[in-house]
Design a protein around this ligand. Sequence first.
Ligand code: NAI
Ligand code: MG
Length: 356
Amino acid sequence: MREYEIAAIPADGIGPEVIAAGLQALEALQQRCGDFKLRVQHFDWGSDYYKAHGRMMPEDGVAQLKRFDAIFFGAVGAPDVPDDITLWGLRLPICQGFDQYANVRPTRILPGIVSPLAGVGPGDLDWVIVRENSEGEYSGHGGRAHRGLPEEVGTEVAIFTRVGVTRIMRYAFRLAQSRPRRLLTVVTKSNAQRHGMVMWDEIAAEVAPEFPDVAWDKMLVDAMTVRMTLKPRSLDTIVATNLHADILSDLAGALAGSLGVAPTPNIDPERRYPSMFEPIHGSAFDIAGKGIANPIATFWTAAQMLEHLGESAAAARLMSAVETVTSEGVLTPDVGGTATTQEVTDAVCRTIRGSN
Ligand code: NAI
Ligand code: MG
């Protein structure tokens, strides 16, 4: 029996609802497959922990996570705690502390789910966005001075390093190479941002010859939103900075039907530290507690966690069950259905148990 230690951090809003759903599906898979075991430890970190202890997680939180094989994360954010505190207090210290520099964001239209783009169905939109996850616009450099005075300034400095850009570029080329179309689009804004972004373009051109079988092109990020919307078939693998890819992947999720279906691993490709698996969406206060959060993004991210752990057969079984359930029209309201989180979860677990 292969065994893995999993840290579950459901956190805020719909986070606990979708992580509970994900764990039920993982439990069904373990029973069905019978050859691997996930030992799950729960951490009650997040905004409630913050209200009780004045911090989002204990001071040694990241160190406590180090021994796990993977982290299964819900979402952070509460209406009554500033977003920069929740994000910088929990999610970003884990990503940065474990050097999870590749944030991989697959998007495709699942069967039974309707894209808001007319005439675009399953197979027409099948992308992976690779987001640089350790530096760039979210490196935390900058500051405030003269607070509250008319001459107050705030700076937000984007940091791009040769090491950081080169490693994410290689990761993206390698991923593009592993996909059937072998096509990579490098996104920057190197017309207006003429230092770090020009360096991105140059490093892309330097890395490209290592992957002669990958066709690649460049896009400016603003034009990229147009291409994603009007020519989704022209794209396959995409690499962009922390900020640009954050924005583009929300658009990608929406074009594939809903943010509620989009997963995202935060990977340390060198496997020095645990990687973290989460749905793209946030804590969605508007629907928290109503039992209607879409659990598909969390199932998909659970499948990616299994893949990362080397349990590819279980991962494929989970995704196949998800696609069976979506194609049968068992869908939550965000993708046009009437099912609850629990009904979708039960349908996926039933399909897993009945699969051969
Ligand atoms: P959000 O992703 O929470 O919600 C955006 C919209 O999508 C809402 O209308 C919501 O109902 C819908 N939605 C999201 N996930 C859904 C699901 N699984 N099923 C059905 N509908 C879903 O983004 P928003 O509203 O901008 O942020 C809310 C809070 O979440 C903020 O505090 C924000 O900082 C935080 N956040 C946290 C993230 C994380 O932990 N990784 C990522 C994004 C936002
Ligand atoms: Mg985002």
